[in-house]
Design a protein around this ligand. Structure first.
Ligand code: BGP
Length: 487
């Protein structure tokens, strides 16, 4: 019999990220980030306003996004009305240090976040802040190649330490980097332009290692500056299930889980790369230099809790060593179909039916399994930083949005989280992606996730906010500590 067991102080929240929500990409001193460059699809060497004018096609981009920069008071009032206990958002490094390493912080950028943090605290909404959500400063990318250079570790820790000091006592939960494992898959997120596959992969794994060191050092700095605060990384997690019970497929699923996800729990929480991961890097000649100082930093900077984002599960099957390299190259970016020759081939689970609306194969039970897997490896309190349903919504004439499909998805997933809590797994918070509609990383405003509809499409709009049916549904879930899920 299902019993609702959410603790009284459970952080019922929702999330956004800076470049996807804020807009005002160059206002009040903000510098350009790699996220701006990607979402505006512009040439980083050209002056941005000119580059945008030259760009013919209009897509939703981070110049305006959901214009949260100018609507933050209204948006926070809606959060209060919804009853959120926590709000997970990110600070844009380039609002604080426009070039990434400026001598002085940009006061207007600092003030923007200070206003938000103060208002959230006033409303009794816990601010949960990500330091780096896909938006590395373009200035540092140009200057020294971003995270492929050790200097990025120094600059990131300096940026993070400034925030820990400035917001000491006002922010109790920090998240270091969002989905490092998703970031390293995509060249544009790391600013990688190298075309030689071997060099490109070596570069990717170097960036990955430096990001781990930067994360560990930021965690140590946070502990030193504000011992009361809690800090964690955020992992993208899609558990992979064996396509069949053939031992080869079972091992393939294990390889996918370990090499894409589980190894990073070891790096963060034990401060060591597991042997299978180092072997994989060495077998491919991808292993970065790992100095004694790096290892010491990894050992020292351990998180206080562990955060992950879950949308869907996946499947994996055995893949021979001699698979066509062109196919491997073609599929390498798509998490749902990538191939590691001799180790695994990922594919969507054929036993889960496809949702007609968004073509997803949603898997709430996979969410339950995800809690078990992650907790077993880290034995730390867990926080969900993203879980949500992306699809186009229809704004009806009366200003209503009937998003029963989103409610269904969220309800089924929250009930599975409740199962994990019943088993004794300490889950401290849940953040639906997103509070308000933001630009999707891949599909602009064609795909929405929010409880609040933002009236714009890829060609613009009046940016008016409308509460969707899911807003009222979540409001009730929070108010009843989850009891309404059983209605
Ligand atoms: C996660 C990112 C978010 C968000 C989400 C939905 O991986 O952390 O920033 O975008 O995915 O993905 P999309 O926007 O591509 O639909």
């Amino acid at each position: 019999m299902n019993k609702i067991v959410f603790p009284k102080d459970f952080l019922w929240g929702a999330a956004t990220s800076a470049f996807q929500a804020e807009g005002a990409y160059n206002e009040d001193g903000k510098g350009l980030s790699l996220a701006d460059i990607r979402s505006m699809n512009i040439n980083p060497d050209e002056e941005p306003t000119k580059a945008l004018a030259n760009k013919g096609d209009k897509i939703a981009d981070s110049t305006v996004a959901s214009d949260h920069y100018h609507h933050w008071e209204e948006d926070l009032a809606l959060m209060k009305e919804c009853g959120l206990k926590s709000y997970r958002f990110s600070i844009a490094w380039t609002r604080i240090f426009p070039n990434g390493d400026d001598e002085e912080p940009n006061q207007k950028g600092v003030q923007f976040y200070e206003n938000i943090i103060d208002r959230l605290n006033e409303y009794g909404i816990e601010p949960i802040i990500t330091l780096y959500h896909f938006d590395f400063p373009a200035g540092l990318q140009k200057k020294y190649g971003g995270f492929s250079n050790r200097q990025a570790i120094v600059d990131f820790v300096r940026y993070a330490s400034f925030l820990f000091k400035h917001f000491k006592g006002k922010v109790r939960y920090w998240l270091v980097n969002n989905e490092q494992n998703a970031m390293i898959r995509r060249d544009g997120y790391l600013g990688i332009t190298e075309t030689n596959p071997l060099k490109r992969e070596q570069l990717r794994h170097r960036c990955n290692h430096y990001m781990y060191v930067a994360c560990a050092k930021a965690i140590t700095a946070c502990h030193e500056i504000d011992p009361e605060a809690k800090i964690a990384p955020v992992m993208a997690y899609a558990p992979h299930f064996p396509l069949t019970s053939k031992p080869e497929d079972v091992l393939a699923a294990r390889n996918a889980n370990d090499l894409f996800f589980h190894y990073m729990i070891d790096v963060h929480c034990r401060g060591e790369y597991p042997g299978y991961y180092i072997k994989w890097l060495k077998d491919n000649d991808w292993c970065p230099e790992i100095t004694e100082e790096d290892s010491a930093a990894l050992k020292k900077g351990k998180p206080d809790f562990f955060a992950f984002n879950y949308y869907r599960s996946n499947a994996a099957e055995y893949c021979p060593e001699d698979v066509d390299p062109e196919l491997v190259e073609r599929l390498r970016v798509d998490a749902r179909s990538r191939i590691l020759p001799g180790l695994c081939r990922c594919l969507q689970n054929p036993l889960i039916s496809e949702d007609e609306r968004n073509k997803w194969r949603s898997d709430p039970i996979g969410f339950h399994i995800a809690f078990r897997n992650v907790y077993e490896l880290c034995h730390l309190p867990l926080m969900i930083c993203e879980n949500g349903y992306g699809a186009p919504d229809t704004l009806e004439k009366e200003g209503l949005i009937h998003d029963s499909y989103r409610i269904e998805y969220l309800k089924n997933h929250i009930l599975q989280m409740n199962e994990a809590i019943q088993e004794g797994i300490p889950v401290i918070g849940y953040h639906a992606w997103t509070f308000l509609d933001v630009i999707s990383t891949s599909e602009g405003f064609r795909k929405r996730y929010g409880f609040v509809y933002v009236n714009r499409d890829d060609n613009g709009g009046d940016l008016k906010r409308y509460k969707k049916d899911s807003f009222y549904w979540y409001q009730k879930v929070i108010k009843t500590h989850g009891k309404s899920l059983m209605d």
